[in-house]
Design a protein around this ligand. Structure first.
Ligand code: DX5
Ligand code: ZN
Length: 215
């Protein structure tokens, strides 16, 4: 099963309800939370996520690019997120964060930046429902897909398959009509796309186009 998660980072933040209504065929909405500390950019936090929860029926896929994930991540689960992704680089006790997320009813997901090796963290897989392999440096939309991450995507796929395929493998950054097949062939099954969806005249058609490329 593959899934397309449009990122609202490239949407109009003054009209989020309307922007969400433009992507009815999305499998989930990817929400990028940045704190200008873990990454050099600032977006939105809990109050906006709580408001988004009220105006869309789509599942929320929260991507936390913030320091002190231990403190904040569970609050996003409580806000009604379907899944919450924390960066392993930003968590003091990642296994505990993952358990906390699940105890609040969310799927738990761990992200790794391009420069972070996956292998040292594979011991956490039992606590996780998704791995996010960043295919750009986190912080901004519209960057180019890093082909050097393809082996890491394949390693994540293998780690998931070794556990029966239960764990989704998400990619985020530079996913578009030119790159999605490469990521899929490497083993990704869940695709975040920001600019490729929201820069299109018809975002929902852009989702269908991406889907058709990996069928
Ligand atoms: C970047 C964010 C991404 C971003 C992707 O740090 O995590 O979710 O929205 O944007 P595109 O798809 O334009 O690379
Ligand atoms: Zn993201």
């Amino acid at each position: 099963m593959t899934a397309i998660h449009p990122s609202i980072l490239s949407a109009d933040f003054a009209n989020l309800a309307d922007e969400l209504a433009r992507i009815p065929s999305a499998d989930a909405v990817h929400v990028d939370v940045m704190d200008n500390h873990f990454v050099p950019n600032l977006t939105i936090g809990l109050p906006v996520v709580e408001s988004i929860r009220k105006v869309t029926a789509l599942p929320l896929d929260i991507h936390l690019m913030i320091s002190d994930a231990d403190r904040w991540a569970p609050q996003y689960a409580q806000a009604g997120a379907e899944s919450v992704t924390f960066h392993v680089e930003a968590a003091a006790k990642p296994a505990q964060v993952a358990r906390d997320l699940r105890s609040h009813g969310a799927k738990s997901a761990m992200a790794v930046k391009p420069g972070t090796a996956l292998e040292p963290h594979l011991g956490l897989l039992a606590e996780l429902d998704m791995l996010l392999i960043m295919t750009v440096e986190p912080g901004f939309g519209g960057q180019s897909f890093m082909d050097q991450m393809l082996p890491k995507i394949a390693a994540a796929r293998k780690a998931s398959d070794d556990l029966g395929g239960r764990i989704a493998v998400q990619v985020d950054g530079g996913i578009n009509a030119d790159t999605i097949l490469r990521a899929a062939e490497a083993g990704a099954d869940t695709f975040v796309a920001g600019s490729a969806v929201y820069a299109a005249d018809d975002p929902d058609a852009a989702i269908s186009d991406l889907r058709s490329l990996i069928k």
